[in-house]
Design a protein around this ligand. Sequence first.
Ligand SMILES: *[C@@H]1O[C@H](CO)[C@@H](O)[C@H](O)[C@H]1NC(C)=O
Ligand SMILES: *[C@@H]1O[C@H](CO)[C@@H](O)[C@H](O)[C@H]1NC(C)=O
Ligand SMILES: *[C@@H]1O[C@H](CO)[C@@H](O)[C@H](O)[C@H]1NC(C)=O
Ligand SMILES: *[C@@H]1O[C@H](CO)[C@@H](O)[C@H](O)[C@H]1NC(C)=O
Length: 443
Amino acid sequence: MRRYLRMLLACALFALLSALYVFSQFASSLERATGRTDGRAQRGDGRQGAGKAAQKSGPGDQHWYNRCRSLSVSYWNPYWRLPPAVCGMNCLMESSFRYILRDEKPSRAGGSRQEPVHLAVVACGQRLDETLTMLKSAVALGRQPLHFHIFAEDELHSGFRAALEVWPGPGRSRYNYTLYPITFPADNAAEWKKLFKPCASQRLFLPIILKDVDSLLYVDTDILFLRPVEDLWSLLAHFNSSQLAAMAPEHEEPRIAWYSRFARHPYYGKTGLNSGVMLMNMTRIREKHFKNDMTSVALRWKDLLIPLLQKYKLNITWGDQDLLNIIFHHNPESLFLVPCQWNYRPDHCIYGSNCVPAEQEGVFILHGNRGVYHDEKQPSFRAVYQAFQRYTFGEDLVESLLLPLEEDLRKTTHTYCGRVGHLFTKRLQLSVRTSQGDASRGQ
Ligand SMILES: *[C@@H]1O[C@H](CO)[C@@H](O)[C@H](O)[C@H]1NC(C)=O
Ligand SMILES: *[C@@H]1O[C@H](CO)[C@@H](O)[C@H](O)[C@H]1NC(C)=O
Ligand SMILES: *[C@@H]1O[C@H](CO)[C@@H](O)[C@H](O)[C@H]1NC(C)=O
Ligand SMILES: *[C@@H]1O[C@H](CO)[C@@H](O)[C@H](O)[C@H]1NC(C)=O
């Protein structure tokens, strides 16, 4: 009798487990099905928008798009169990975007003097070394002339000068630089000063301060270029007539993104924008009248900032980035959205990899925000930073930068971001090889 009872218990348990399994399969197949139809609808839109570029979509596209199905976060799929390559709605935009750059041949305008790339950075406090490492990565790869606009606290100026004057023999002819104090635009400086924290908000004023500069690439100090700066710069030529700035999304996944969960102000798109890498046509910024939710008339950039801050100052968390999000929320036609591999942050790998374009083509620009270059939390990010920091101009890029970096990254595979460490060097390998090819041809 006891034996039958035990058998019965075992059977019941088995039946229960089977039922659970069938139910979970059913739930996830339902999600997959909805994901597909959603995807198709959005994709259609994307194609129209991207026009000619999207017509070239190849066979890889189908694969791409299947990985972009939108799974929902639920009891069955908590965010830490999402499949590794799931990415949010931004993928769909990216799949049409890719074709623009793929066809881009590096411009080697035969002999004629090229316009320099204007690169701006704002450095305060302890950021001297970090900023110099960023500039070093910009000089080391690529070939177009650079002009650095460095806004820094006065006590950092001598440090910048000392480093930038002794930098490389041949590379030195690639860049010029201008040092500026942290400053407000001359007209109504007093009012700016009352409202804005000078260091944090400096970059909002660049279009007004650098009146004679047409276009500018602004980057945070914790950026590292793994692909020549001029490749990003070349996107300016792809702006349509209403676009005046290019930025990457703050996140790929609305369900775990910061803005979609916590923001108490309007923001761009579904996940907001990250302003750590911002390409601007400042001529257009100075000319445009921006729609806003404060006045019925559209306002010029210089007249927009003060009322915007006054209205939202109690609700913003990330300072100037939030203000930019509010501005582009009301003027979405002015933004050129670039894919996540141009602004790759720990967010893209700490819960599993969610930046699909980086998986395919590698990381182009690394953004070590939240101080990850300087602590133990993301050793793979720190490894890239230290590799550039150690590198001295004149040394062989493969022997002294790439190989030691690959070695260091292999030691970080116990972390989520370390597991995708090969993405950090995927594009860099190519950049280094191109750069060396130039050197050996005696450029
Ligand atoms: C730096 O400035 C000098 C003098 O204005 C100019 O001749 C040179 O071409 C500039 N170099 C770069 C890389 O822009
Ligand atoms: C600021 O946040 C509060 C609370 O979420 C909200 O009620 C208020 O409308 C927000 N202010 C603005 C200017 O959006
Ligand atoms: C920026 O926009 C202005 C005005 O539309 C245009 O003349 C200029 O060529 C643009 N700059 C670049 C680098 O595309
Ligand atoms: C430029 O592109 C943006 C983003 O795709 C779009 O919203 C805007 O309407 C376009 N502007 C023009 C004039 O086509």
